[in-house]
Design a binder for this molecule. Structure first.
Ligand code: SF4
Length: 354
């Protein structure tokens, strides 16, 4: 996760709740992607340090557990940069240029220049982040699936170039070593069933996360950059005020007009944070105009504030002793470093950089 500071409900519902579930099912690694932050935000690093702290404090407050999962800071592990560099040697430019998010963001981000080498290469840096831990699975939303696909292609290419080939086809190489065969030659032999490759990297799968729709107070997707977010740290009065300005069913102009909760962003919040009883009541009484939007929003604020209270309570010890967050990161970074160093020793040996 890029260190963007305090997290909002969209981050919680879209990613964090899923990570918290996965930490009981997998050996998990989560990192502060500060180098990734630089690929688009290189011109403003003033808040990077504080934003890292705020984000990781929110991870902890929400229930991501450093005893179950490893948290680390990307830039503290130069091994990631080294693997990224080695991958950049073998990755055709076209693979990066056709990544959909690259084209989209290049077209959409106009307020600063991201026509840079670092921005083009960021999916490859992600490939290094993933493959460093020989990940079998990466939890992603649909927009990130092409990045995992690129990671699989990079792993395959690296394995073909530098993995050990063995099998019946060995005799056909006329005295040459497998390292001297082109990747294409190896691919053909594997395709014909004459050889198999014993590669360093597994090909990871996307673990698709189906997150419920979570609109911001203006009805668009909740995002810090749209200024429409409700933060996990917002106190009750701020949450109530934000909800009071939230857009509703646009066709419901007067209190006496019946509404349609199916198209109302406030109802989307109810569905996630309110009790079943409240959801059923709003669903019924909105359609008959028995409940007004103001009362409906008050109900939503009540449930949401009760939900946030427990997160804010768990955050307090970190706010009282900020060092605790850095300690968690320090410990996790040491654990991640041990894995990264082992992988890089294998990688250097395979590429013959020893
Ligand atoms: S009553 Fe609630 S669900 Fe219905 S339109 Fe108003 S805010 Fe939306």
């Amino acid at each position: 996760m890029r260190p963007t500071g305090k997290l909002h409900l969209g981050n919680l519902v879209g990613a964090l709740q899923n990570w918290i579930k996965l930490q009981d099912q997998y050996e998990s690694f989560h990192f502060v992607a500060d180098w990734h932050m630089l690929t688009t935000g290189y011109d403003n690093t003033v808040d990077l340090h504080q934003d890292t702290w705020e984000m990781v404090a929110d991870w902890l407050a929400c229930g991501l557990d450093p005893k179950k999962a490893t948290f680390f800071v990307q830039s503290r592990l130069p091994e990631h940069a080294e693997l990224h560099l080695l991958f950049s040697m073998i990755t055709p430019l076209g693979w990066l240029e056709r990544v959909p998010t690259y084209k989209e963001q290049l077209a959409n981000i106009k307020d600063h220049d991201i026509n840079t080498y670092g921005f083009l290469g960021y999916p490859l840096l992600q490939a290094a982040d993933i493959l460093m831990y020989k990940a079998n699975a990466v939890p992603v939303g649909e927009d990130q699936v092409p990045h995992v696909e690129l990671t699989r292609e990079v792993a395959r290419r690296f394995n073909l170039l530098f993995g050990k080939v063995h099998g019946a086809g060995m005799a056909k190489l006329e005295g040459k070593t497998f390292q001297e065969q082109s990747a294409q030659g190896k691919a053909e032999m594997i395709h014909r069933g004459l050889a198999s490759v014993d590669g360093i990297f597994p090909e990871p799968e996307s673990l698709l996360t189906s997150a419920p729709r979570l609109p911001g107070i203006d009805g668009r997707k909740m995002s810090k950059s749209y200024g429409n977010a409700i933060f996990l740290t917002d106190p009750p009065d701020v949450v109530s005020k934000k909800l009071a300005t939230m857009v509703t069913d646009p066709a419901r102009k007067r209190r006496t007009d019946p509404g349609n909760p199916d198209i109302c962003p406030v109802f989307d919040l109810h569905k996630i944070f309110s009790s079943q009883e409240t959801i059923d009541r709003v669903n019924r009484e909105c359609r008959t105009a028995e409940i007004g939007c103001l009362d409906c929003k008050k109900l939503a604020a009540g449930h949401l504030n009760a939900f946030l209270a427990s997160i804010q309570e768990r955050r307090k010890p970190y706010e009282q002793n900020p060092r605790k967050v850095w300690d968690v990161l320090e410990e996790g970074t040491a654990k991640a470093r041990a894995v990264a160093q082992t992988t890089m020793a294998e990688v250097r040996a395979a590429v013959r950089l020893t």
